[in-house]
Design a protein. Structure first.
Length: 474
């Protein structure tokens, strides 16, 4: 998609960043002598073509993403006084870290929740959230899901949802961990433990942010919700997708969603995902006739027949991408043929391939083009497709503006919007929520041995979430 009426350029990038010397100056009022426009948010994709935000967030009033009955009040000035800004950093750190350590100590390998949702639910219930368990799936793979809502004082005001997962991937070989993955351990300025980055720090920060927000603004206008699952890392069949369907059926309103996936690359806040590419896989079986290599006229070599078709697929331009997405890519991951003998023409060749596709292509369109090309090459084939994720995209709007403003206020970092990387539960939530972004701490160690989160990202993350609530729900 493109931005109607506005072409994003990178002419604002250079002065959109605060100087390094600003970092650590938490009192935002100290910055107001600069008289700077807020330009906290850059767009980025694989082609590195983009692009910074125009001087104010590019909000298209006709776009449904911002159809909040005129409630959008951005752009958010970095001078906006917030409660989060005044909160003592050491106190925020202590409370977030304590909850984070409790979560890491629960070995919640997919689909096990190990009591994480009960712990979080208890914290939210005290704040006045209504809890609803939406557990799903068979007994031998029971998935734990929690939907929790705290209404605001104004029913017409927006609802912001914090979404995430309590499950973690398996530890891998325990002997390779420096400390027990389920005993949170501080070493060298980092907190180690399975799930520290993906994504228990975000969960703890979201809960403490909600606590601080409600304490400071007991009569907040907008409502807050949590949508949490214990199966994001696994098959993800009974997790968020099931909850989304239930919420859709009863017409629940979701205006904004922040998924707590770890998106930061080098510094906290440098990257927010505002979409993800889709993923479409194919298993292609090209049939020939097996025979002796010395008698090819009695056989039909499927490798020879498939090779030109595969070369054509690999060379094909599928689309040109757009302002938010790089062009769609086609990649072959496996090819298998042959009996192992050097004198046998194989009877078939099996090819696995995958598309990572932008919003310029559709799964149906890609399927049709592949099939047309295979027909053109006169192949006898079978083709099985698996669609593992539709793409989603949140154009620049009030949520990305509020979040990037909060990041700039808290860290001085100019955020870039990105649609790179794998899939996440954001793809499901986007079905019922017009604005979905992902934001969390450093992702360098996710799924690895010795997963960690930098200690100095914990309190700022809580405060960024809290500031975002303040920007959108007051
Ligand atoms: Zn994750």
């Amino acid at each position: 998609m493109s931005l109607p009426g506005r072409r994003l350029g990178d002419d604002h990038r250079s002065d959109g960043n605060l100087k390094a010397s600003d970092l650590g100056k938490r009192d935002l009022r100290a910055r107001d002598v600069r008289g700077r426009d807020l330009r906290p948010c850059n767009l980025r994709d694989n082609r590195a073509v983009s692009s910074a935000l125009p001087p104010s967030p590019s909000v298209d009033p006709t776009h449904p993403a911002d159809d909040l009955g005129g409630r959008f009040r951005g752009p958010y000035s970095p001078l906006t006084p917030t409660f989060a800004a005044q909160r003592d950093t050491a106190d925020v750190q202590t409370r977030t870290l304590a909850l984070l350590e409790q979560l890491i100590a629960r070995p919640s390998v997919t689909p096990d929740d190990a009591g994480c949702l009960t712990l979080i639910g208890e914290r939210l219930e005290v704040l006045g959230f209504r809890l609803e368990r939406m557990d799903s799936g068979p007994d031998d793979f029971r998935v734990h899901n929690l939907w929790a809502v705290k209404d605001g004082s104004d029913p017409s005001a927006p609802r912001l949802v914090f979404a995430g997962h309590t499950d973690v991937v398996p530890t891998g070989e325990l002997a390779r961990w420096t400390s027990d993955p389920f005993v949170p351990t501080v070493r060298g300025g980092q907190l180690y433990g399975r799930g520290a980055a993906d994504m228990k720090t975000s969960l703890a920060a979201m809960v403490v942010a909600a606590e601080d927000f409600v304490a400071a603004h007991p009569h907040h206008a907008g409502s807050i919700a949590f949508l949490l699952t214990s199966d994001e890392e696994g098959p993800a069949r009974d997790g968020t997708v099931v909850c989304v369907e239930q919420l859709r059926q009863r017409g629940e309103r979701l205006d904004f969603c922040i998924v707590g996936e770890p998106t930061s690359v080098e510094r906290l806040g440098d990257t927010v995902k505002n979409g993800r590419r889709g993923s479409l896989s194919g298993k292609l079986r090209v049939m020939g006739i097996q025979g002796h290599v010395a008698y090819p006229h009695l056989a039909r070599n499927p490798v020879h027949q498939a090779a030109p078709a595969l070369a054509a697929l690999a060379a094909m331009t599928w689309d040109a991408g757009n302002d938010y997405f790089p062009p769609t890519t086609f990649q072959i991951s496996n090819i298998q043929a042959g009996t192992g003998a050097g004198n046998v023409i194989p009877g078939e060749v099996v090819v696995d391939f995958n598309f990572r596709f932008s919003t310029e292509s559709t799964p149906q369109g890609l399927r049709e083009r592949v099939q047309a090309l295979l027909e053109e090459h006169g192949l006898e084939y079978q083709l099985d497709w698996t669609l593992s994720g539709e793409p989603f995209l949140t154009p620049v709007g009030s949520l990305s503006a509020a979040l990037s403003a909060a990041i700039a206020e808290e860290t001085g970092v100019a955020t870039e919007l990105s649609t790179t990387g794998g899939t996440s539960d954001g793809r499901f939530i986007a079905r019922i929520c017009p604005q979905v972004v992902e934001f969390g701490p450093l992702n360098a160690s996710i799924h690895k041995i010795n997963e960690y989160v930098p200690l100095d990202q914990i309190a700022p993350l809580t405060r960024i979430y809290c500031r975002t609530l303040e920007h959108l729900l007051l």
